[in-house]
Structure formats: structure tokens, C-alpha cells
Design a protein around this ligand. Structure first.
Ligand code: FMN
Length: 190
């Protein structure tokens, strides 16, 4: 797959085949890739919590909010990666948000290359998620990444004037993701 094909195939998925499983080593490989991503000032203030065991994955799922109504059993991902900021390295929140996005997209592109898929989750319940993962106090959760074998389809479409940007699921369980057209994004020279 070319990079263009990977980027277009890498959609947000919210339903997965739970019979697909990861090992600890599989999850470590995603982090081995992410650790080579660019980071502000090469500070490498990000740390990662990996989860691949079904019971814990289900508990983490309950602490997250998904863009569509979904049960928290039966269609969960096979693993979660929590992208963390290590405050003992540097506390500047504004810097590490950007690094977290770069790491997350890299992990998801690798998952797509493997025939898998995932979802970035910025909406989560901090306290319950900390309780499940028993994180040390110096680690702040920036972003949650779900990974698994998607069981749903997602198609890209141009956003028509007046349409909502919210992803829509149709009666065939296909998610329609509307993207603003190219000409709308490139600003005119002043
Ligand atoms: C930083 C970030 C945080 C996100 N947080 C959530 C979230 O909490 N829950 C969710 O269902 N989707 C979340 N998404 C996924 C977006 O809703 C999704 O990217 C958008 O609907 C466009 O779909 P696409 O990724 O297939 O292009 C997040 C995406 C990004 C980039």
C-alpha cells in the first residue's frame, strides 16, 4: 500500500472482532515504532501504557466515549494504548499534545498496514481510567488509542454545503465521513 492508500484507508472504527487478539509483544512493537517519531526538542516526554488482555481492555473501554452508541461488550477493540505525558521529564502540556497526535497517527497507520484499524479517543473519564490502569502520579493521560480488527465499513465523502461534519451511520451500518473539499481548505492569497 502506498502512503496515500494507507492514509485514506485509516479511518476511525468503533466496532471490532473480539476474537482477534494481541500479545504483549505485538503491542510493544507499536511503541517501538512510536518511539522513533519526531518529538518537540527531542525531549521524548511521552510514555505508553499498553493493554491487550480482554478483561482489562473491556474495563478501559468503559472509561471511554465513542462517537456512536455502542455496547461495551462484544465489539471492543483487541488492545488499547494510552499515550501519557511524563511530568518528571517535562510538564509543558502544550508541547506534548502535539507529540501525542504524531505518535497516535503513526501507530494507526501501522495498524492499517497490518490490515487492522483503530480509533483515537480524546474523550475519556480520567479518574476511572487511572483506577483501572493504576498509573503513577507523574503520568498524565493525553490520548487513548484503540486497535483491533474492524468489523464495520467507513467511507469518505466530500462535505456538501450546509451538511454536518458529524460521522453518520446508515441503515447498512456504514459510517459516512464527510471531509471538507480541497478548495475550501487552501486559503486564498491576500
Ligand atoms: C485527537 C482526536 C480525538 C478523538 N476523540 C474521539 C473520541 O473521544 N471518541 C470518538 O468516537 N472519536 C474520536 N475521534 C475520532 C474522530 O471522531 C474522527 O477522526 C472523525 O469522526 C473523522 O473520521 P475519520 O477518522 O474516519 O476521518 C478523535 C479523533 C482525534 C484526531
Amino acid at each position: 500500500m502506498t502512503l496515500k492508500e494507507l492514509v485514506l484507508k485509516n479511518r476511525s472504527f468503533r466496532a471490532y472482532d473480539e476474537s482477534f487478539t494481541f500479545t504483549e509483544e505485538d503491542m510493544r512493537e507499536f511503541i517501538d515504532l512510536a518511539r522513533n517519531c519526531p518529538t518537540s526538542g527531542n525531549q521524548q516526554a511521552l510514555k505508553f501504557y499498553i493493554s491487550w488482555e480482554r478483561d482489562e481492555v473491556d474495563e478501559i473501554a468503559k472509561c471511554t466515549h465513542w462517537g456512536v452508541d455502542r455496547p461495551y461488550k462484544g465489539i471492543n477493540p483487541s488492545g488499547f494504548i494510552l499515550i501519557l505525558q511524563d511530568n518528571d521529564i517535562d510538564k509543558r502540556m502544550w508541547a506534548w499534545w502535539r507529540d501525542a497526535g504524531i505518535a497516535a497517527q503513526t501507530i494507526l497507520l501501522r495498524a492499517t498496514e497490518m490490515g487492522l484499524g483503530g480509533l483515537m479517543i480524546g474523550s475519556f473519564d480520567k479518574k476511572p481510567l487511572r483506577d483501572v490502569t493504576k498509573l503513577a502520579d507523574n503520568l498524565k493521560i493525553l490520548l487513548v488509542v484503540a486497535i483491533g480488527k474492524p468489523t464495520e465499513k467507513s467511507v469518505l465523502e466530500d462535505l456538501a454545503e450546509g451538511e454536518s461534519t458529524l460521522p453518520l451511520r446508515d441503515e447498512n451500518n456504514v459510517t459516512h465521513v464527510k471531509k471538507r473539499p480541497l478548495d475550501e481548505l487552501i486559503v486564498k492569497r491576500g
